[in-house]
Design a protein around this ligand. Sequence first.
Ligand SMILES: NC(=O)c1ccc[n+]([C@@H]2O[C@H](COP(=O)([O-])OP(=O)(O)OC[C@H]3O[C@@H](n4cnc5c(N)ncnc54)[C@H](OP(=O)(O)O)[C@@H]3O)[C@@H](O)[C@H]2O)c1
Length: 272
Amino acid sequence: MPDRPIRIAVAGPAGRLGSAILRAASGRDVELVAGLLRPGSEAVGMDLGAFTGSGDSGVKATDDLDAAVQNADVLIDVSTAAAAADHAAKLAERGGPALIVGATGFDAEDERAIRESASAIPILKAQNFSLGVTLLTAFVERASEILGEEWDIEILEMHHRAKADAPSGTARMLGEAAARGRGIELDDNAETGAARDGMPGPRTRGDIGFAVLRGGGVVGDHEVHFAAQEEMLTLAHRAFDRALFAKGAIVAARWMRGRAPGLYGMRDVVGL
Ligand SMILES: NC(=O)c1ccc[n+]([C@@H]2O[C@H](COP(=O)([O-])OP(=O)(O)OC[C@H]3O[C@@H](n4cnc5c(N)ncnc54)[C@H](OP(=O)(O)O)[C@@H]3O)[C@@H](O)[C@H]2O)c1
C-alpha cells in the first residue's frame, strides 16, 4: 500500500452521484479533501457532511477550482459535461492534478477539450464506473465483430425520470463498442428516436438503433439486442444502487495514482 492516502476532490458533491462518492470515499488509503460546487452556489462554505447526512467531515464546499484541487491528487468530476470540459482545460493549464470525468452528455467541442487536455494531465473518462458495464462493453464489441451485418443491433436504455441527457452516455459507449466491432463509425450509422417517428420505412441495414425509456427511480438499465431473422442474442446489465458507480469511481481514483498524461478509460482500470 502507498505511504499516504490518495487525496480526492469531488466536483458536483451535492448531486446524486457526487454525494454517493463522498460516502464511498473512506478507508485507510482514501482521503476526501474538497468538494467543488457550481460557481455562486448557495452551498458554498457548507460542510460536505451536509450532502451525505453523516455529520461534519471537517471539509467545506467551495466554488473555487484552484482551492478545491490545491491539495488533491485527483478531481472526480460528476457535475455536468460542460463543466467537466471546462475543468479539464483549466487543470491542463495549471498542470494538474489528475482528472476523472464521470459526467456524461458531451458534445463534440467538450470531447475535443477533454482530448486536448489529456496531453498535459492524466484524464480518465468513464461514461460508466461499473465493472459489469465495462465487461458488457467488451462483450458487445466481440459479439459485434463475430456476428455479421445481418444481425441488427438495437440498444435500449432506461433511467430515472430526472436524467437530463439521452441516449445515456453508457448507451452511446455500447454503440461505439458495437461500431468498433464492425469496423464502422457510430456517428454515420446511429439511428435514434426522432428519426423513427412517423413513416421511416424499413430499417437501414447496418444501422445501430437506440431506444430510450425514462421513469421512476431506475438507476440504469442497458440492453443490447443482436437480432437476426431466426434468433436474437441479448446482452444486458442492470444497476441496483448508485453506490456501485461511487465504488467504481474510487477504484478508478486509486488506479490513476502516478499515471502519465493521457486519456484512459475503465477498460484500462480492469485491464481489458
Ligand atoms: N460515470 C458514471 O458511472 C455515471 C453514473 C451516474 C451518473 N453519471 C453522470 O454524472 C453526472 C451527474 O449525475 P447526477 O445524477 O449526480 O446529477 P445531479 O444530481 O444533477 O448532480 C450534478 C451536480 O453537479 C452540480 N454542478 C453543476 N454545474 C457545476 C459546476 N460548474 N461545478 C461544480 N458542480 C456543478 C449540480 O449543482 P446545482 O444543482 O447547484 O446546479 C449538481 O449538484 C451526469 O452527467 C450523469 O449522467 C455518471
